[in-house]
Design a binder for this molecule. Structure first.
Ligand code: PTJ
Length: 253
């Protein structure tokens, strides 16, 4: 990994890029994951590289859903494993969610390496090695664990490709996505769409989980029943517009 100096104005962004590139070298991230990261970076620029109000609202609703769930599962792919393994483990620990590796560009070697990588960051059990159930999909993301994603009532699927999100919603599950593109098919299909960088989102969610665990169950239920995903997504797009207007004002002199 290139040593990025901490005082570099683009430190966070460059560090994330290094992590994904290192993930490819380690064999945990797919080569296609580099393209996905680039797409994410451009949306993050438009958003202003911050957790917006609408993102924080969706993150709280998502945490409420995870805390109330009977069988919550966090699905991990090669990009998430490279960018935020410690944050996945921390969120799983505080919410009691299981962790399952589920890949689009699936190979047994990648699944194994990601499981070992998550364990090295503190995970005790990681599902996904021996999938014994199947979703109605024609690609490898169909391969799931019967005690994980297949029977989960709430699934967190960061950096999703759309198809599986749609299928999981059809199966009656609460599907939480983290995707910087508010217009993606994933964002438009999910039950709770978090438009934020996965690194920031997972960190916020772990913090909210610790706080919200102390709240009464009725408060958490209220957060979910009053949550409006369409409104949150349109708010996310408005926040991009507002940010762009600020940028225009800055270059007008
Ligand atoms: O590890 P695998 O084999 O399961 O493959 C994973 C990738 C990510 C390659 C695969 O799911 C894929 O191709 O994803 P897409 O279709 O490129 O979608 C990725 C979405 O995530 C895009 O809408 C990006 O804008 C968004 N995204 C990329 N990086 C981030 C992000 N969202 C949040 N945080 C990021 N760091």
């Amino acid at each position: 990994m290139t040593d990025i100096p901490q005082d570099h104005p683009r430190y966070e962004s460059l560090l994330a890029r290094e992590k994904v590139a290192a993930g490819v070298k380690m064999g945990i991230t797919s080569i296609q994951g580099l393209i996905a990261q680039g797409r994410g970076e451009s949306f993050d620029y438009l958003i202003g590289e911050r957790s917006t109000e609408s993102a924080l609202y969706a993150e709280r609703a998502a945490v409420a859903a995870l805390l109330l769930a009977e069988n919550p599962v966090i699905s991990v792919n090669g990009n998430v494993a490279a960018l935020a393994p410690d944050k996945v483990v921390s969120l799983a620990g505080v919410t009691g969610a299981k962790i399952e590796v589920n890949l689009f560009h699936r190979t047994d070697t990648r699944v194994h390496l990601i499981i070992e990588h998550l364990k090295a960051h503190g995970a005790s059990e990681v599902l996904g090695k021996n999938p014994d159930a199947s979703l109605e999909l024609s690609h490898d993301r169909r391969l799931v664990s019967s005690k994980g994603i297949y029977t989960a009532d709430v699934v967190l699927v960061p950096l999703e490709d759309g198809d599986r999100c749609e299928k999981l919603v059809e199966m009656g599950k609460t599907v939480i996505t983290i995707d910087l593109n508010p217009m993606s098919r994933t964002s438009r299909t999910a039950t709770i769409s978090i438009v934020d960088n996965v690194t920031r989102a997972l960190e916020n969610m772990a913090k909210f989980s610790r706080e919200m665990k102390k709240e009464r169950k009725e408060e958490l239920v209220k957060l979910i029943t009053t949550y409006d995903n369409k409104m949150t997504l349109s708010e996310a797009i408005s926040e991009i517009q507002e940010h762009l207007k600020t940028m225009v004002a800055e270059v007008e002199y």
